[in-house]
Design a protein around this ligand. Structure first.
Ligand code: FAD
Length: 391
């Protein structure tokens, strides 16, 4: 099929099948589960999954559509044109799926990938522990191989979505005598078993998007060891690159003056003179933010065009994570700042819904420079792996 025909067919199909409620709305990690837990969301996901469009680049035998780079670009453009939400999200598609495609056995791919593509199984990430965050390789959760299964004991923390997850990918210590980075293995385990318990951590916002996860003789089958025994650090690091390349960047699509969200807010709260934001300091901040966002978009486009895969490879993902998450955090902070006192409203009738959302967005987006490795950790990786500076 020619690419023009592909575009025409994709456009027609999307317009007919994407429900209105799955268009043009923000999704954050705190509310993603609720947004995707509706009849509309399920219908949208199932229709796309039947065409392999939940995982457009994956091979067809694992539930993907095996699109070419050109088809994928067109697909993304047509999705963006109607502001369609992705038909499926989560750590399955963004993190463990691509990792299994790279490191999984044939049996693991066949068992897990189609269930991810059709949204039957939700995944969570068992990396961080109470004493191991940035220094992840110091993790202590222990897994002992007995026959054809690992017996796991220990604790994970900040496990996003563990309370709604069916499976976990986890880093566990399988050789306590080896040096820190050796002796770690990467395993997949079923969350619905007696040895796993999950305790949601309530946030000040009232929601509990992440949890503590406890293992008390939990079991992972040996057949669900990904990569080699004691060599899980390599697999775990690669997964982090997928996580980082999926991290948020500000969602502005076009630098159309009249749609500049910062200018709109500033005009409303600080006033306008002759069509311009009145406050010179605010104008300066807005210009800088928009220039940064535009530069980031252009750099991402250039790197995707160069790699043809739609993903930034290797350690350079740390650059995107560092810059993209910083810009996203500053975007929310600027939107709150431009609102003045109305930008710090928490509750009550004196604030509009937009103002209350803005405050929550500002606080929530403070997390983007922490999860998936903090900014300082990204700078360490860039120094060592990209710039080749000594330790
Ligand atoms: C919203 C959110 C969701 C998350 N979801 C998950 C999840 O699903 N699964 C999971 O496993 N984890 C998850 N995490 C945990 C996240 O990966 C850790 O918070 C992160 O790796 C930092 O670890 P820490 O919190 O222990 O901070 P620490 O490692 O204690 O760091 C504290 C501070 O010290 C700095 N620092 C530490 N080491 C260095 C260094 N060598 N050089 C310079 N500065 C340094 C850090 O940058 C940071 O500012 C999530 C976190 C957040 C905020």
């Amino acid at each position: 099929m020619s690419i023009e025909n592909f575009r025409a067919e994709t456009r027609a199909w999307l317009s007919e099948n994407c429900p209105e409620s799955m268009r043009d709305r923000p999704v954050h990690f705190e509310d993603a589960f609720d947004i995707y837990n509706t009849d509309d969301a399920r219908a949208w996901r199932d229709a796309c999954a039947a065409k392999g469009w939940t995982a457009p680049l994956w091979p067809k035998e694992y539930g993907g559509a095996q699109m070419s780079a050109d088809e994928y670009r067109v697909f993304q453009e047509e999705m963006a044109a109607i502001k369609a939400l992705p038909p499926e999200t989560g750590m399955g598609l963004a993190m463990i799926g691509p990792t299994l495609l790279e490191f999984g056995t044939e049996a693991q791919k066949q068992e897990h990938l189609p269930k991810i593509a059709t949204g039957q199984v939700r995944w969570c990430q068992g990396y961080s522990e109470p004493g191991s965050g940035s220094d992840l390789a110091s993790l202590q959760t222990k897994a002992v191989l007995e026959g054809d299964q690992f017996i796991i004991n220990g604790q994970k923390i900040w496990t996003s979505g563990a309370n709604n997850a069916d499976w976990m990918f986890a880093l566990v210590r399988t050789d306590p005598n080896a040096s820190k980075h050796d002796g770690i293995s990467f395993v997949l385990l079923d969350m619905h078993q007696p040895g796993v318990s999950v305790k949601p951590i309530p946030l000040i916002s009232g929601s509990s998007p992440f949890c503590e996860t406890f293992f008390d003789n939990a079991i992972a089958l040996r057949s669900n060891l990904v990569g080699e025994l004691n060599k899980g650090w390599t697999v775990g690091k690669r997964l982090l690159q997928y996580e980082r390349s999926a991290s948020p960047a500000p969602r502005r699509k076009k630098a159309v003056k009249s749609l500049n969200p910062y200018a709109q807010i500033a005009k409303q709260y600080l006033g306008e003179t002759g069509g311009k934001v009145s406050d010179a300091d605010a104008r300066e901040k807005i210009t800088q933010q928009v220039m940064l966002e535009k530069s980031m978009q252009l750099t991402v486009q250039r790197v995707s065009a160069e790699t043809k895969s739609g993903r930034a490879p290797g350690a350079t993902t740390s650059i995107f994570k560092l810059v993209g998450s910083t810009i996203a955090k500053e975007s929310s902070a600027l939107k709150s700042e431009l609102r003045g006192l109305a930008g710090v409203g928490w509750e009550g009738d004196t604030f509009s819904e937009d103002e209350l959302d803005a405050t929550r967005g500002w606080l929530r987006d403070r997390a983007v420079t922490i999860y998936g490795g903090t900014n300082e950790v990204q700078m360490n990786i860039i120094a060592k792996r990209v710039l080749g500076l000594p330790d």
